[in-house]
Design a protein around this ligand. Structure first.
Ligand code: ZN
Length: 308
């Protein structure tokens, strides 16, 4: 059993210390028993990277997600087992700036930072007014790059190269699967581009400012109520956004599953708008990355009044 393994069973494995790991290049960890088939263990810090690593790694790697389903990833704290897991992993796939705890714990020589694979966008414009404790302030760029499938396709290609270097015996498999994954993401990108071409409004009012890459790619304009899902926006910020939403003809305020809909509902009633769930994919969706992005497309088309 490989990629079929859900995050809850991954968490179960982490909790019972039965997780076997092996270093990719057969380096010094002699006391670690080899995992079944001697597959390199790859730790993926957040769901979209876990999905991507499973696609690219295929049956050649054992992928473990670090953030359990339903957990808001930005404020992840690492338990002893997770720290051990990071230490033993042949490779950790992460995005610097999403999770400060992970940024501090990763080994530079055995990690792949997806933010280095793509052109990043600057952090949200009200970043400086927001809480200091939030992960996003650790870096000057917006870390939510997985919400642009074309950038994620580039990450897939570079991850394939990285895995091929870490596990040269299976290099061709990694490269082939990376190419296939990049092509799949390219198709998704085209669907989004086509579906969001002709819309009544192009303004997205979101609960937390996670959709900057999606907005940039498909020529939408994101107005985030907060940068940080944990921070309550100030009344000033709410009335500022309400004014803007009215001016732009916004009919829907987007909320997300891990964030309380309260603020979005207050705002929606001020504007006379509805609320709808737009998934930033910071935790595992009901389906997978592709189906959740297609659901997001449908939600956006309805909310923005797109004809395609
Ligand atoms: Zn976020």
């Amino acid at each position: 059993m490989m990629s079929g393994f859900s995050r809850s069973s991954a968490a179960g494995l982490l909790a019972g210390a039965a997780l076997l790991t092996v270093a990719a290049c057969g380096s010094g960890s002699a006391e670690t028993a080899p995992a079944a088939g001697g597959k390199p263990e790859v730790v993926a810090a957040i769901y979209p990277l876990q999905w991507l690593t499973e696609q690219v790694g295929g049956s050649d790697t054992q992928v473990t997600g670090l953030t359990a389903p339903g957990v808001e990833p930005h404020d992840l704290e690492l338990g002893i087992q997770q720290v051990t897991d990071l230490k033993n992993a042949a490779l950790t796939v992460y995005i610097k700036g999403v999770q400060p705890a992970v940024d501090d714990a990763v080994d530079a020589d055995k990690s792949f930072d997806a933010a280095t694979a793509v052109t990043t966008l600057p952090a949200g414009e009200h970043a400086e007014e927001e809480g200091e404790e939030h992960g996003h302030e650790e870096v000057s760029y917006d870390p939510h790059l997985w919400l642009d499938p074309s950038r994620l396709a580039t990450v897939a290609t570079k991850l394939g190269e990285r895995l091929a270097t870490a596990d040269p015996a299976h290099a061709q498999g990694y490269k082939d699967r990376a190419a296939k994954t990049a092509a799949t993401l390219g198709t998704l990108d085209q669907e989004l581009a086509k579906g969001l071409t002709t819309c009544k409004t192009k303004t997205l009012v979101t609960a937390h400012e996670a959709f900057g890459y999606l907005a940039e790619r498909y020529k939408l304009k994101q107005v985030g109520i907060t940068l940080d899902p944990e921070t309550e926006p100030s009344p000033t910020r709410i009335s500022e956004v309400a004014k803007l939403a009215k001016a732009e003809g916004v009919t829907t305020i987007f909320t997300e599953s891990l964030v309380s809909p309260k603020v979005a509902e207050v705002l929606a009633s001020q504007v006379g708008a509805k609320t709808a769930v737009l998934d930033p994919l910071e935790t595992k969706p009901a389906g997978d990355y592709l189906s959740a992005m297609r659901d997001n497309l449908k939600t956006l088309q309805t909310a923005l009044g797109c004809t395609a």
